[in-house]
Design a protein around this ligand. Structure first.
Ligand code: 1PR
Length: 531
């Protein structure tokens, strides 16, 4: 160990990964939950996620404001992360009336959503400037809807590193004297991010590495997905279905076992996956409290995999067999505390959308999506959609939103709509994909994971028609999923649709291609990716 790092904990999301990253660098971590504990701090990290008002309100209510300013005035090293950077400003349009630390007299603005997905989610490149290894040409993981503009901070004597999102330039990192802060999550930015935390802890502001010419702005993300379930022997295994059927096509018909979740997550991350998603595909049968193995998978993975981790399956209000009621928010908090950065909600989102339309589009404020999004931020809530094509001869034959398809139905039908399912495709509902994604966007979901039952495990490429239709229906980012069989399919989905990310499962598990093969193909096609 080379010292102790104090980390302020006002219960804002996944702090486990930050602790893991600091420990990885050889330091020990002390949580600061009471302002008095700050007096022992020699190096302080101030991480924040979620809503500006919620975060600033929490640390103000807990009496942190004055002691944090006192600590900063002492000249000892201070690092803010994400909303921990934003809190250095006077205010944010996100939460009018809430006053931050006011060390930089300016207000944060919202990204303009008319030309791009908001929140910005993904790996963006540093554009100008260099601080603690945040250098031109390096990519880091950002999740935010609000931005700090460089001009005001510069005018007040701050050094800034900028990045670009669409036509807007924003602060990626800034520094003045003993204060350093990043808008991105270094603890989620792979090896580059760990180096930034290391440079800060060593006080090495000038850390320089050769800059390489890369496309500025956000990279397209490649996500590796692990469908996880207990096999007939009781072990948690990674499996993969064809159109959601995960049984081997042999006489014994056991669950297809493709490997161990932690080992595969590490392998894909080492290979360049931008995110890892775990879907607990039989969670609807169990209680999450009995789901200790899945929590352990997250804990183990988060120790050495420093890219964003998503967990899905069973995120909903639960009544335990003994009558204990657990809210979806409590269930999600358990996963965040174990190292997840986002939760993915499937069946429960469909039921919530049905109620939303039944009530005349009135938000109840009580759904899993709303409660988790309010507490942890929209970026922490993904909605996983499991649709299947339903063919019709003409749009008037259904009340649902149809598309004109290039791939005709069995009777030559030229139109189809996409029907939502619950319980992993076992039950179909009277709700189409457009209805679902628009309802969950209104509820505060931050991203859509768009599967397609017809394409799942088919190796025949993504359903481009479905993906573009959903992209055109919402402003939040979309992850295309189902059907990837080779690197050219990833190139195709990014060239022919505006999807923000693409996910593969079987292609990687069967070891036909590696994540690095996909990245190389994307780079060759001049699609911006993190290499
Ligand atoms: O309903 O909130 O408990 O969540 C359950 C979650 O589990 C949902 O996200 C649902 O998609 C998932 N799920 C349930 N059953 C299955 C199954 O396969 N039997 N898996 C399942 C969904 C689809 C993708 C897959 C892509 C890419 N699997 O995760 O990874 O289709 O596959 P490919 O690249 O091999 O084509 P809740």
């Amino acid at each position: 160990m080379t010292g102790t790092v104090h980390v302020v904990d006002v219960e804002s999301g996944n702090l486990e990964s930050l602790k893991n990253a600091i420990e990885w660098l050889g330091y020990s971590v002390k949580w600061v939950t009471e302002p008095e504990q700050l007096k022992d701090a020699e190096k302080l990290i101030f991480p924040g996620v979620g809503n500006y008002g919620h975060f600033v309100g929490e640390f103000t209510a807990k009496g942190f404001k004055e002691p944090v300013i006192e600590y900063i005035n002492s000249g000892k090293p201070f690092m803010g992360i994400c909303v921990g950077l934003q809190a250095l400003f006077t205010s944010s349009v996100e939460s009018p009336g809430t006053e931050g630390l006011d060390l930089i007299h300016d207000s944060l603005l919202k990204f303009d959503p008319s030309t791009k997905s908001v929140p910005q989610i993904g790996w963006a490149a540093a554009k100008t400037g260099s601080l603690y290894g945040v250098n031109n040409g390096r990519r880091f993981y950002f999740v935010h809807s609000y931005r700090a503009s460089p001009e005001a901070a510069r005018a007040q004597g701050w050094e800034v590193v900028t990045a670009q999102y669409g036509d807007e330039e924003y602060i990626a990192a800034l520094c003045k004297d003993n204060i350093f802060a990043t808008q991105f999550h270094p603890e989620k930015s792979g090896k580059e991010g760990i180096k930034v935390i290391g440079a800060f802890l060593k006080g090495d502001k000038e850390t320089q590495r050769p800059a390489e010419a890369i496309t500025p702005g956000l990279a397209k993300r490649v996500i590796a997905c692990l469908d996880v379930r207990t096999n007939d022997q009781g072990d948690l295994v990674v499996t993969k279905g064809d159109q959601y059927d995960v049984r081997e096509k042999s006489s014994e018909s056991g669950v297809r076992n493709l490997g161990k979740p932690v080992t595969l997550a590490q392998k894909y991350s080492d290979d360049g996956a931008d995110e890892i998603t775990f879907l607990n595909i039989t969670s609807f049968r169990n209680s999450p409290l009995k789901d200790a193995p899945m929590l352990e998978v997250l804990r183990q993975t988060a120790k050495s995999v420093f890219v964003p981790l998503t967990v899905g399956g069973g995120i909903r209000d639960i009544v335990e067999p003994d009558g204990t009621v657990l809210s979806a928010l409590t269930v999600a908090s358990m996963y965040f505390r174990s190292g997840a950065d986002k939760v993915s909600i499937g069946s429960d989102a469909v039921f919530a959308a049905e109620e939303y339309y039944a009530s005349g589009k009135i938000l109840s404020g009580k759904t899993a999506i709303e409660t988790i999004s309010r507490a942890f931020g929209a970026q922490a809530v993904i909605v996983s959609v499991d649709p299947k094509r339903v063919y019709v001869s003409k749009p008037e034959d259904t009340k649902h939103h149809t598309i004109h398809t290039e791939f005709k139905g069995p009777n030559g039908e030229e139109y189809c709509w996409y029907q939502c399912s619950v319980k992993g495709g076992r039950e179909f509902r009277d709700l189409d994909v457009q209805q679902l994604v628009q309802a969950v966007e209104a509820m505060g979901a931050g991203e859509i994971l768009l599967n397609c039952i017809d394409k799942d495990g088919s190796n025949s490429g993504f359903d481009l028609e479905l993906i573009q239709d959903v992209k055109d229906s919402v402003r939040i980012p979309v992850i295309a999923s189902s059907g990837a069989g080779n690197p050219a399919h990833f190139v195709e989905v990014f060239q022919k649709t505006t999807t923000d990310a693409a996910l593969g499962a079987g292609i990687f598990h069967r070891e036909e291609y590696r994540v690095s093969d996909v990245k190389k193909a994307l780079k060759d096609a001049k699609i911006p990716v993190r290499l």
